[in-house]
Design a protein around this ligand. Structure first.
Ligand SMILES: Cc1ncc(COP(=O)(O)O)c(C=O)c1O
Length: 379
């Protein structure tokens, strides 16, 4: 018997090796991996420069504690601040922890309690982030929920104005909802939402855990729209698979996170930071990001061309290399079919096939994935 809690509906694949865009299973089968560890291995599996940096750090030290000056924390914080236009960073170990920190910081700095989030959002599995998540299925059996979260409909300004009040600490959202179905907030709505929140004295928290670190062709998805968030949360792709999460916030919030107010034993671990420094160095480069944009356009146009006449196909969603293929039927069964053709893909929501290829995928790999997807959707 397995001694693991059955929290995951696992695939029948046991990885023994993963390098670049490919994952090899115990039975010898090699898969083209368009899941990237769910938007984590953005440079492909085990990139050499990250591996070298991690090895070098292991030869120096790998844990002291946050009582020490950790130079790598300062360096990676500067990379994140420079790329986002924000000022200060707190490091944790995961996306949920980053969002927890964001919610705590918003409450303490405003002295207010309510956080407005969006229907179909996903922000994590801890108590605050589960309450923040706008999907009931995540919460079944775990109640009562943490209070003071309210959910509005994306792209509906009336529901936002009705929810904003003088107890609203923050609005919090994903620019493109990942788990919820690759749902994009429209630029006009998000800009107006930000303006109304700021006028109301509320903060704007943007969850870039899935969309950030180059996934959409910019360091952060909010930069496509020119938003001005107070706090941005990141995790997943930040350290190429080493556990690291972070919030990046405005300098004006510093007082609320004074010494002793928040912390994490493992947060900002030097090995994870060595991986992050190399990862961000590579991804936050203009020509790298331009390449992501170009490959995203290639993937979108190949899919559109191959699927536009097919009755099962509804529409394409997403940006850059975060792509949703919305179907007229449930997407789940197509994942196993893709695996039969050695391609790994995901779903988002019930009717969307989600593609999160490594940002380093080649044009040939993109073409292969499109061929398999076209084949399984049309035969
Ligand atoms: C947008 C978003 N926020 C938060 C999380 C939670 O991150 P983690 O699983 O690292 O806690 C996820 C994970 O899928 C996510 O996609």
């Amino acid at each position: 018997m397995s001694h693991l809690f059955p929290t995951y509906a696992r695939w029948d694949i046991t990885p023994v090796k993963a390098k670049g865009s490919y994952l090899t299973a115990k039975d010898g089968k090699e898969y083209l991996d368009f899941t990237s560890g769910i938007s984590v291995c953005n440079l492909g599996h085990a990139p050499d420069n990250v591996k070298t940096a991690v090895e070098e750090q292991l030869n120096q030290f790998w844990h002291t504690s946050n009582l020490f000056q950790i130079e790598l924390q300062e360096e990676v914080a500067k990379q994140l601040a420079d790329a986002s236009g924000l000022d200060l960073v707190f490091f944790g170990n995961s996306g949920a922890e980053a969002n927890e920190a964001a919610i705590k910081l918003a409450r303490k700095s405003t002295g207010r309690t309510k956080v407005i989030t969006f229907v179909d959002s996903f922000h994590g599995r801890t108590f605050a982030t589960m309450a923040a998540t706008g999907q009931d299925k995540i919460k079944i059996g775990f109640g009562p929920m943490l209070e003071s979260f309210e959910y509005i409909t994306m792209n509906d300004l009336d529901s936002l104005t009705a929810a904003l009040d003088d107890n609203t600490a923050a609005i919090m959202f994903e620019v493109i909802q990942g788990e919820g179905g690759i749902n994009e907030g429209n630029a006009e709505f998000l800009k107006k939402a930000e303006e109304l929140a700021h006028q109301n004295g509320s903060l704007v928290i943007i969850d870039e855990i899935q969309t950030g670190i180059g996934r959409t062709g910019k360091p952060f998805a909010f930069q496509h729209i020119g938003l001005n968030p107070d706090i941005v949360s990141v995790a997943k792709g930040i350290a190429s698979g080493f556990p690291l999460g972070a919030i990046i916030g405005k300098a004006s919030l510093a007082e609320a996170f004074s010494a002793g107010s928040h912390g994490s034993t493992f947060g900002g671990n030097p090995v994870a930071l060595a991986a992050a420094k190399e990862t961000l160095n590579t991804i936050f480069d203009e020509s790298f990001l331009a390449d992501v944009t170009q490959k995203g356009e290639q993937l979108h146009s190949l899919l559109e061309e191959a699927l536009k006449e097919q009755p099962i196909f509804k529409k394409l969603k997403g940006r850059g290399l975060m792509v949703g293929i919305e179907l007229n039927e449930e997407a789940g069964p197509f994942l196993a079919k893709a695996r039969e053709h050695n391609l790994l893909i995901l779903t988002a929501g019930t009717h969307v096939i989600r593609l999160l290829p490594p940002l380093t995928a080649t044009e040939a790999e993109i073409q292969t994935a499109v061929n398999v997807i076209t084949n399984i959707l049309t035969n």
